[in-house]
Design a binder for this molecule. Sequence first.
Ligand code: HEC
Length: 156
Amino acid sequence: MQFDLTGRVLAALIAGSTLLLPAQAAPPGIAAAVKARKANYKEIGGAFKTISDEVKTGSPDLATIRPLARDIATRAQGQLKWFPKGSGPESGEKTRAKSTVWTDMAGFNRAHASFVTAANGLNTAIASGNAAQIAQAQKALGTTCKTCHDRYRETD
Ligand code: HEC
C-alpha cells in the first residue's frame, strides 16, 4: 500500500513534469504582450502607409489623415509598455524584437522619445493644413520608424 502510493506519486510527478514541458513557452502575460505590441505596430504601419500615400498625392486629404495621425501619436505614447522584460527572443514567442531592446534600454527609450515627438509633430503639421509642412513631418516620422527598426527589430 505504502509502495503503491509512492508509485502513484512518482507516476504523477513524471506525468506532471511531462505536462510542464510545453510550459517552456512564454507565460500568458508575455504571450499577450507580444501579441498586443505586434497588433499595435500593425495598426501604426497601416495608418502610416495611408498617410504616406496621401502625402504622395501632393494634396493630402486632411479628413483622412488627421484621425490616423492622432491614432499613431496615441499608440506611440504606450509603446514602452509593450516590451515587458522577458518578451524578447528568449520568450519563444514569434517576435522580431531584438534583445537589444532590453540590453540597450537607454537607446530604445531615446528612439521611443523621438517617435513620440515626430508623431506629435505630424499632428501639428496636419493642424496647419500646409501640405509642404505635412510632407516634411511625415518624412521625419518615417525616419524615426526606420531608425528604431534598424537597431531593435530583426529583418524578416
Ligand atoms: C522605438 C522603436 C520603434 C519605433 C519608433 C517604431 N517601431 Fe515598428 N517595430 C518595432 C519593433 C521592436 C517591432 C517588432 C515587434 C515584434 O515582432 O514583437 C516593430 C514592428 C513593426 C511592424 C510589424 C508588426 C507585425 O505585424 O508584426 C510594423 C508594420 C511596424 N513596426 C511599423 C512601424 C511604423 C510605421 C513606425 C513609425 C510610424 C514604427 N513601426 C515605429 C520598433 C519600433
